[in-house]
Ligand binder design. Structure first.
Ligand SMILES: NC(=O)C1=CN([C@@H]2O[C@H](COP(=O)(O)OP(=O)(O)OC[C@H]3O[C@@H](n4cnc5c(N)ncnc54)[C@H](O)[C@@H]3O)[C@@H](O)[C@H]2O)[C@@H](O)CC1
Ligand SMILES: [K+]
Length: 495
């Protein structure tokens, strides 16, 4: 699991170690130099003879970059050092000069940037209060132009975070220096995981510098082994009912395929049984999935709304109310979200809402929170937290990175592995899959009452599996994502 903590929490954890003289900056800069060497090696280059540009701001982030430059210069790299902030970390600068680095004047920076194969971004780290101001803002804008017009992409290694991102809120409010790889010191930071800032981070590598941050992370991203921990693997005592029954109130005469896709998601996600309560589309679903049972009946999780237009959702009120009354989890997708605009004041976290940004904006405005779709896309962490707080429910904001929050616990940010998954019906498969995971835990969730952070964790696991199943070098159909879910589950379980 990648765990991200806010800058104030990192600074508070750092303070006693720094006071005790623990050489955190030495460790950090050594880790950065190792990352640079590895990136060069991966492209068939050696450190010796490589041209590297260190971009050093006036804070400790610049110090890290300068000491890293010194290490690399001692290994034979040709290292230029630019300090455009007007001040510089003195110890780091002295070490860099001592190791043979050359200082670049401000008017030579563009030329040095073009000549270098690697840029080490130490302009600002967790001490930055965005938006980035001049002179650094102009420097970053110039470097981005340089990169865009250069025939060879430089490898950009960001120290701790790409300069300019909203480290704590994941926002982007000014120029950002896009990274190839971000070397996160000790722990990730929210902006490294959550969009839109995470789109500027490249690969995120967390390095150990002997610093741990206590408490729950603000933002987390599950890996395959975390998913394996929450998957319910059947044993010899299980049968279809104990593995979990998913009831689907999905699909309509208008969008019949959504019922097929949610059924595929639920079956591929390991449901013990899938029931379908959508008479209009039952025969279509049975043609693809004869395993599906039609009609109402007992279920440990309910999925409603996928492919059901808002004009036809009244029939879903029954299954929704029953799930809520019995404390069983319910996934409220697409058209069914409109049911929640009126009433349903205090939902439990076992109600999992799966809106995209536009649907979330509508839901929030019905609750008196005037966020537009673009407000939500600019600050998804804040939006899902707010929505979870005002509704009580678990919110899954679907996108290139799914951002998930319950009323308590961390926000999860689960990235797509390839963006080919942005295809019609992929969300229906997700809703069915999530239904299967929730059904597996349904009895426990019902016993535990309102669910607390558990549904968010399961939703994050569903996002990981969905991303894994949709991983593709070329176009993929939603139906194929459903077909590939069993392999994604096996992949998570193999570790
Ligand atoms: N404290 C330590 O000893 C350690 C800190 N570490 C490094 O230190 C970094 C944090 O260092 P600092 O707290 O010195 O801060 P930073 O170096 O991240 O940034 C502060 C600098 O940015 C400038 N700045 C702030 N907001 C700005 C804006 N909007 N526009 C332009 N400039 C702006 C400040 O004037 C200051 O010069 C971490 O990200 C990490 O790289 C690591 O070396 C680990 C140990
Ligand atoms: K940086």
């Amino acid at each position: 699991m990648l765990r991200a903590y806010r800058s104030s929490e990192v600074a508070a954890a750092e303070r006693p170690l720094i006071e005790a003289g623990v050489p955190l900056m030495e460790r950090a800069s050594f880790a950065v130099s190792t990352a640079v060497a590895r990136e060069l090696k991966a492209r068939g280059h050696r450190v010796a003879g490589s041209r590297i540009l260190v971009l050093a701001g006036g804070g400790n982030n610049g110090g890290d970059a300068l000491y890293a430059g010194a290490y690399l210069a001692r290994r034979g790299a040709i290292v230029d050092v630019a300090c455009p902030a007007g001040n510089v970390h003195e110890g780091g600068y002295a070490a860099a000069i001592d190791a043979g680095c050359r200082t670049v004047a401000d008017d030579e920076l563009a030329t040095a940037a073009r000549a270098a194969g690697v840029w080490i971004d130490g302009l600002a780290g967790i001490g930055l209060r965005p938006p980035l101001r001049d002179p650094l803002a102009s420097v970053v804008a110039m470097l981005e132009t340089e990169r865009a017009t250069s025939p060879d992409e430089p490898i950009v290694v960001a120290v701790d975070c790409p300069t300019g991102i909203g480290v704590d809120d994941g926002g982007v409010s000014g120029p950002v220096l896009r990274a190839t790889v971000t070397v996160a010191l000790a722990v990730a930071k929210p902006g490294l995981l959550a969009p839109p800032a995470s789109r500027f981070c490249g690969r995120v590598e967390v390095v150990d510098i002997g610093l741990s941050v206590p408490g729950l992370p603000a933002v987390a991203a599950l890996g395959g082994s975390d998913v394996a921990d929450v998957l319910r693997v059947p044993d010899a005592t299980d049968h279809k009912y104990t593995r979990g029954v998913v009831l689907l109130g999905t699909g309509s005469a208008e969008y019949p395929g959504a019922a097929v896709l949610t059924a595929g998601g639920a079956l591929g996600g390991g449901a013990g049984m899938v029931r379908l309560d959508s008479p209009d589309v039952a025969s279509l679903v049975l043609r693809t999935y004869p395993e599906v049972v039609t009609g109402m009946g007992r279920a440990q999780a309910t999925v409603i709304g996928s492919g059901v237009p808002a004009t036809d959702v009244d029939r879903l009120r029954g299954p929704l109310d029953r799930a809520l009354a019995e404390n069983y989890p319910v996934v409220v997708d697409a058209g069914a979200l409109s049911l929640l605009k009126d009433g349903y004041e205090d939902l439990p976290s076992t109600a999992v809402l799966t809106p995209h940004a536009g649907e979330l904006a509508e839901l929030l405005s019905a609750r008196g929170e005037g966020l537009t779709r673009s407000d939500i896309e600019a600050a998804p962490i804040r939006a899902v937290r707010l929505a979870a707080t005002v509704t009580g429910a678990t919110i899954v904001l679907k996108g290139g990175t799914d951002v998930i929050a319950g009323p308590d616990g961390p926000v999860y940010a689960q990235p797509a592995r390839s963006h080919w998954r942005a295809t019609a019906g992929a969300g229906d498969v997700y809703a069915g899959l999530l239904g299967a995971l929730l059904a597996g835990a349904g009895e426990d969730l019902a016993r535990a009452g309102r669910g607390y952070g558990q549904p968010a964790l399961l939703a994050a696991a569903a996002s990981w599996l969905h991303a894994e199943a949709a991983h593709s070098d070329g176009p993929i159909r939603a139906g194929q994502i459903a077909e590939r879910l069993p392999a994604a589950i096996a992949q998570a379980l193999r570790g």
